[in-house]
Design a protein around this ligand. Sequence first.
Ligand code: NAD
Ligand code: DAU
Length: 349
Amino acid sequence: MKKILITGGAGFIGSHVVRHFVNKYPEYEIYNLDKLTYAGNLENLKDIENKSNYHFIKADIVDSDKMFEIFEKYCFDGVLHLAAESHVDRSILDPMAFIYTNVVGTVNLLNAARKIWEDDLEDKVFYHISTDEVYGSLGETGYFTEETPYRPNSPYSASKASSDHFVRAYYKTYNLPVKITNCSNNFGPYQFPEKLIPLIINNIKHNKPLPIYGKGLNIRDWLFVEDHVKAIDLVFHKGKRGETYNIGGSNEWTNIDLVRKICKIMDKKLNREEPAENLITFVKDRAGHDLRYAIDSSKIQNELGWKPEHSFEEALEKTIDWYLKSEEWLENVTSGNYQKYYELQYSKR
Ligand code: NAD
Ligand code: DAU
């Protein structure tokens, strides 16, 4: 039986990955290792927590001794590494946390895998889940390909770029069987409401201002999280060692158009008289704000046969419905420290 470690499995994308692997591969033992930061929430995995092939380990990937101890104890055959500090705005407030978790934490995992696998690398996989932000910003035209040079602009993307470089270096130097994917903006259930889509849904629900950075003309390529998870499954099982694959939704939106779309959908669902668009408030821009991300996914499409299956309209509506019905989840994650973060991030904008 294969033992698979998924780091960051209590976070947004990680919880979807854990659920997918636990349900689809009962022959695998799935170990979810997570520090449970503000973004990690075991409530995201309530429906699978009692499955016999699911196990949870609370640990910090920055703790190198602990990582060696855990890898030696469980002898994983594969690693899907998603644990990270993931929010650009927080990286502007506190870059060091990103360097520790995203860079040092990733190298700790690489070292632990290298130690337990030694020269027995057959059928082993160390898969690093990364972001398109490592490529920097596009102008009005063009796409990121796997050959686009790295030009990260935020402390978050610089830390992810650095971790990607270490992962690739361990392949070249030690022959560690690595794979990397760089994906565009995900959305869907369980996303922490610091990110644009759930923040806007939550603020509309509470009749709060909808903060749009700058003029709202920055462009992101949005992908439903379940489509990302299918790509992750394919790359984990069929991707080539040492290779990078870009993953994107071919679904570009300016922030302002996207927010207006959410407003319209929610006006209908909430049956309110006052249009939610009236809540839109333009605020001070994000420092170093990347203008546009857009992905050329032809490599993963041609080599592994992946393509997004969900239409954006349906997936967005499904996501809004999930947030509207998950009142308790939303209340829990937006109380306490979230209020302090919100105040710090938005009160002086
Ligand atoms: P998230 O912030 O929702 O979850 C991150 C998880 O990592 C949390 O459960 C947290 O508790 C855990 N974690 C953080 N620091 C840790 C540490 N030191 N030790 C152990 N666990 C720790 O993030 P997400 O949006 O689900 O992103 C997951 C991964 O995918 C990240 O690596 C991110 O860079 C990448 N990614 C995200 C997106 C996106 O749009 N969200 C797109 C492309 C790539
Ligand atoms: O591209 C992949 C990346 O997408 C991931 O690697 C990151 O982990 C993930 O957080 C996301 O980064 P972004 O910075 O693009 O996502 P965010 O949801 O924070 O912002 C999306 C856009 O919306 C961005 O242009 C900034 C803008 N924005 C965001 C917030 C939170 C606003 O205008 N107002 C806001 O309040």
